[in-house]
Ligand binder design. Structure first.
Ligand code: PBG
Length: 331
């Protein structure tokens, strides 16, 4: 009796009620983290062409724009800073400034939304004149250890400005340990580290690099970001970060790496984040604009896949329109 015709799986799909009874719930808003870009200065936001609906905010417009997002139940944001082009330099000094876009935004957001979880991206690619994620040495490669020292100093600046979690994304060896030591030495024991542990050298970051003018001038990031053709090395990246003292780990991008998410879910008990990156967002928008897919269906379907794979939290540009995607429970 375990096969057709007695067994009919369509019984569970017959009515919306039966489907609702057995389907997993849609993600709730507190499981989505909203990434935002903040530039220096005041004035109107600039639309990011390759990320429809997303903007380079000034600090004051960001604070206002988040009110409806927070009202929908979103409880966390990931803040990216966009220093002015003339402030970019070889040593990424702009990333250390206490009056830079990230510290300013963190202070303003903390004042406006005391409960909001503030996560800051800790990297230097938007502050270096060459667009790489660290300090270069003469052969054009990124120097690991001095970059780690710099990242730790940036993390301390963000912590002092109110970050709950700092999120290092440079993919340097030992960055988590170095940042932990830096935070602790600065009396910031309470600030956590969300490690971009498993960040793949991916083609899906294209629109982000337009947003933050952070595409490398020469070469690519394969000397530090991990290879999608070497899943064992990717797993070691994550497990080492756990040992180094990460409080949460991330897989990035998300959609092409659902297997990595599932694997890490089984291997570690830290909160697991997935970053649904810019190219994944832009791709769905572009197809929907041409009428080739229905945007709402593909947004729902792809986000559910990331949670099904094992993510606890998904960092996603869809988060600002939670109601639009998930406001009803049609089954
Ligand atoms: C920079 C950084 C990148 C992203 C987050 N932090 C881009 C890169 O590594 O080139 C990508 C985010 C996205 O594509 O949405 N260290």
């Amino acid at each position: 009796m375990s096969i057709f015709p007695e067994v009919r799986l369509r019984r569970w799909r017959r009515t919306a009620g039966l489907r609702r009874l057995t389907d997993r719930p849609f993600p709730s808003p507190q499981q989505l983290c909203y990434p935002v870009f903040v530039r220096s200065g005041s004035g109107e936001p600039e639309l990011i062409e390759a990320l429809p609906g997303q903007y380079r905010w000034s600090c004051d417009t960001l604070v206002r724009a988040l009110a409806p997002v927070v009202a929908q139940g979103i409880v966390s944001v990931l803040v990216f800073g966009l220093p002015d082009a003339e402030d970019k330099s070889a040593d990424a000094a702009a990333a250390l400034r206490d009056d830079g876009p990230v510290p300013q935004a963190l202070r303003a957001l903390r004042a406006a939304y005391p409960q909001l979880v503030l996560i800051s991206d800790v990297c230097v690619c938007s502050a270096t004149e060459h667009g790489h994620c660290g300090i270069l040495v003469s052969d054009g490669s990124v120097d690991n250890d001095s970059t780690c020292d710099l990242l730790a100093r940036i993390a301390v600046v963000h912590a002092a400005a109110g970050a709950d979690l700092v999120a290092p994304s440079a993919m340097m060896d030992g960055q988590v340990r170095r940042i932990r030591a830096g935070l602790d030495a600065a009396g910031q024991q309470a600030v956590g580290i969300l490690s971009y542990a498993t960040k793949f050298a991916s083609g899906f970051y294209g629109p982000f690099r337009e947003a933050s003018a952070s595409a490398p001038d020469f070469g690519d990031r394969r000397g530090y970001q991990t290879s999608y053709r070497n899943p064992r090395l990717a797993r070691r990246e994550a497990l080492l970060d756990v040992e180094e003292g990460a409080d949460a780990v991330m897989v990035k991008p998300a959609l092409c790496y659902l297997d990595i998410l599932t694997d890490l879910r089984q291997r570690c008990d830290l909160p697991l984040f997935a970053y649904n990156v810019s190219g994944e967002y832009a791709m769905l928008h572009a197809a929907a604009e041409r009428g080739w897919v229905d945007l709402r269906s593909v947004v729902r379907e792809s986000l559910c896949a990331m949670f099904r794979a094992g993510a606890d939290v998904v960092i996603t540009y869809w988060a600002d329109r939670y109601q639009e995607w998930f406001g009803d429970d049609d089954c």
